[in-house]
Design a protein around this ligand. Structure first.
Ligand SMILES: C[S@@+](CC[C@H](N)C(=O)[O-])C[C@H]1O[C@@H](n2cnc3c(N)ncnc32)[C@H](O)[C@@H]1O
Length: 246
């Protein structure tokens, strides 16, 4: 199934190729850099599943979709979107309940250009359809553990021989989109953490010599995808790599 949101760096267009790499033999699945969770929503339900992201607005939205879909849908029914409200929503509003905060964040993602949360997208959206879909998303998330941890802490907590991690970190040289959350030196911290993992892992990255050098010795698979915001006439392809430890 599809995710209930789109997200910068979301793997909607690459998830088929990522899922093709999944092994048969795992009993827990951990999506470390969750975002919109396109791979989680695309995979079969199996064993214990964990969604994680360090962004607390996003994790609050996931928790509200999982535990209170109807209350969230009711809150969303009362929101009529406009450019003025969009800019109000992306300001840090204090004194909101978790449901109100989740509703504002959901609308801001839906209404921003390319889900970037910084400019109002002018394309009309079918908000009713998006809100109705939250019930299905809630059902899929009902057995998923939701975490809000830094990747290193999360990996060490859930690692064991039967684990399968999927990791989609901020791409090399895109760290500026994740201020305070992911620094350039975190690519090396991630590699060091992954070197010690007892389970299996699959990692996606942009194609670049720095990441190829960093993961020298692991299996690296080259893949291509269209641009996430591509129009029908734009046939330009982007090169990415999938790295794995098995
Ligand atoms: C490229 S996006 C993941 C996109 C996701 N695969 C999808 O399909 O939408 C990277 C995510 O990593 C999260 N992130 C950044 N730094 C992190 C950290 N130190 N620990 C855990 N998550 C982090 C960001 O908040 C962002 O949502």
């Amino acid at each position: 199934m599809n995710s209930f949101i789109s997200w910068i760096g979301g793997k909607k267009l690459l998830r088929k190729k990522i899922l093709e790499q999944f092994p048969e033999d795992y009993d827990r699945y951990i999506e470390v850099f969750g975002g919109a969770g396109w791979v989680l929503f695309g995979k079969e339900k199996k064993g214990m599943e964990v969604y994680n992201d360090i962004n607390s607005d996003l994790v609050n939205l996931y928790r509200c979709v999982k535990f209170h879909p109807e209350t969230l849908q009711k809150e969303l029914d009362g929101i009529l979107m406009s450019r003025e409200l969009f800019f109000d929503f992306i300001q840090n509003a204090r004194g909101l309940t978790d449901i109100q905060r989740a509703a504002r964040f959901f609308v801001a993602i839906k209404e921003s250009y390319g889900s970037g949360l910084d400019s109002f997208g002018v394309k009309p959206k079918n908000m009713k359809k998006a809100v109705d879909f939250l019930s299905l998303a809630s059902e899929r998330l009902s057995t998923v553990v939701i975490e809000n941890l830094d990747f290193e802490h999360l990996i060490r907590t859930y690692d064991r021989p039967g684990a399968l991690f999927y990791l989609d970190p901020p791409y090399y040289e895109t760290e500026k989109y994740y201020p305070d959350r992911f620094q350039p030196e975190d690519h090396t911290r991630l590699k060091k953490t992954l070197d010690e993992v007892k389970g299996k892992w699959i990692l996606s990255y942009n194609e670049c010599p720095e990441i190829r050098n960093l993961y020298d010795g692991y299996t690296v698979i080259s893949v291509e995808r269209p641009h996430n915001l591509a129009t029908k006439s734009d046939s330009k392809k982007y090169k990415e790599i999938i790295i794995k430890n098995f």
